[in-house]
Design a protein around this ligand. Structure first.
Ligand SMILES: [Cu+2]
Length: 333
C-alpha cells in the first residue's frame, strides 16, 4: 500500500512536472508573438539564441489625436517640420536558464533611423543615424507555475551603450547635433521591471505582460528621456504542431523629456522640443509563429508580427506611427 502511494505521488509529480514543461514546449504558440520580449522562461540548462528585425514607419504629424498638415506645423513657429521617419532595428538575443526558476537574457540592438524634413522655404532634407543601441540585460524569475499557467517577473537593466551625440548635416549647419528621436540610446541606465502571465489550453494560449522603463538620473547631454509604461494582451491559436496565429493589443504611454540638450534649439523643429515627446498609443497586431517540424532545421522557430495603431494621442506636433513589424528567428537547445 505504501509502495503504491509512493508510486502514485511520484507519477503525479512527474505529471505536474511534464505538463508544466509543456507550457513552454515546442508548441508554436509556446512563445508569445515575436514582438513581445521576455515572454517566456527556459528550463534549467537550456540556451536560446534569437534574431529580430524590427521596422516602424511614421509619416505625418499629430497633436493630441488630430492630424496636422506640414503647413500647420510650420505655422506654429517652427523653421522645419519632420515629414516622415523610418526606424529599423536588428536585435540579437541570448537566453540561458541556470535553474527552472531563473532565466537570464541579453539583447543587443543595432538601430538605424532615417528622417525626412520640410523647411519653411520649401526645401527638403534627410538625416540618418545608425549604430549600436542600448544593450539590455534581464532576469526572468518564475514565481508561479501549475499545469496550465505561469507567472514570471521581469527585472532588466538597460545599459547606455547607444550614442546620444549623433550629428548630421541640416540647414542649421553642417555636422550639427541631431534632435532627440535620432539619437541611438537614452544615455542613462534604465530599469526595466515587468510581470508576465501565460496560460494555455489544448489549442489556445493567452498571455499578458505589464512592463516599464524607468530612467535613472540624467545623461551627459543634460536630459532624461521620459519613462515608459507598456501593457500587452494576446491570444494565439495553434492549428497544428508547427503553426500558430495570434492577435495582440499593446498599449504604451511615455513621458516628455526632462532637462534639455543645450545644443538643440527647441524653436527650430518640434523634434528638438522636450515638451513635444510624450504620448500614448494602442496598437493592434497580427502574428504567425512557426516551429520547423522536420529536416535539418527542425526545432528552429520563425515568426512574424505586424500591426498598426488603433489609437494614438501625442504631445505634438509629433510624428505619428503608421505601422510596425517584427520578423524573428529563435533556436533553443
Ligand atoms: Cu527563449
Amino acid at each position: 500500500m505504501k509502495k503504491i502511494s509512493i508510486f502514485l505521488s511520484f507519477s503525479l509529480l512527474n505529471f505536474v512536472k511534464s505538463s508544466g514543461q509543456d507550457l513552454l514546449s515546442p508548441r508554436p504558440d509556446g512563445h508569445a508573438p515575436i514582438g513581445v520580449m521576455g515572454d517566456h522562461t527556459h528550463k534549467a540548462g537550456e540556451w536560446m539564441l534569437s534574431y529580430r528585425y524590427m521596422f516602424m514607419e511614421m509619416e505625418g504629424n499629430r497633436s493630441g489625436t488630430n492630424q496636422l498638415t506640414h503647413q500647420e506645423v510650420l505655422n506654429q513657429g517652427f523653421m522645419v517640420t519632420p515629414t516622415s521617419m523610418s526606424m529599423e532595428m536588428h536585435m540579437l538575443g541570448a537566453m540561458y536558464a541556470p535553474s527552472d526558476q531563473l532565466t537570464l537574457m541579453a539583447m543587443v540592438p543595432f538601430t538605424s533611423f532615417t528622417m525626412d524634413h520640410l523647411t519653411r522655404m520649401g526645401g527638403m532634407f534627410t538625416t540618418e543615424t545608425e549604430g549600436l543601441g542600448d544593450i539590455r540585460l534581464s532576469s526572468l524569475l518564475k514565481i508561479y507555475e501549475d499545469d496550465s499557467q505561469s507567472i514570471h517577473l521581469n527585472a532588466g537593466l538597460s545599459i547606455p551603450t547607444g550614442s546620444i551625440t549623433e550629428r548630421g548635416n541640416t540647414p542649421a549647419g553642417a555636422n550639427s547635433k541631431l534632435p532627440y528621436p535620432m539619437q541611438l540610446g537614452s544615455g542613462t541606465f534604465d530599469l526595466l521591471p515587468g510581470i508576465t502571465y501565460l496560460t494555455q489550453s489544448d489549442n489556445w494560449s493567452w498571455g499578458a505582460q505589464l512592463s516599464g522603463t524607468i530612467r535613472l538620473g540624467q545623461n551627459d547631454e543634460g536630459y532624461t528621456l521620459g519613462d515608459r509604461l507598456n501593457g500587452t494582451l494576446w491570444a494565439a491559436r495553434q492549428w497544428n504542431h508547427w503553426l500558430s496565429t495570434s492577435i495582440r493589443i499593446k498599449a504604451s504611454k511615455w513621458d516628455n523629456i526632462d532637462g534639455a540638450d543645450t545644443d538643440l534649439n527647441p524653436n527650430m523643429i518640434p523634434t528638438a522640443n522636450t515638451a513635444l515627446r510624450g504620448g500614448e498609443r494602442i496598437d493592434a497586431l497580427l502574428g504567425l509563429n512557426i516551429v520547423i517540424p522536420s529536416g535539418p532545421l527542425a526545432g528552429h522557430r520563425l515568426a512574424v508580427e505586424a500591426g498598426a495603431p488603433i489609437y494614438q494621442s501625442l504631445n505634438g506636433p509629433q510624428l505619428e506611427t503608421d505601422w510596425l513589424m517584427t520578423i524573428g528567428w529563435q533556436l533553443a537547445w
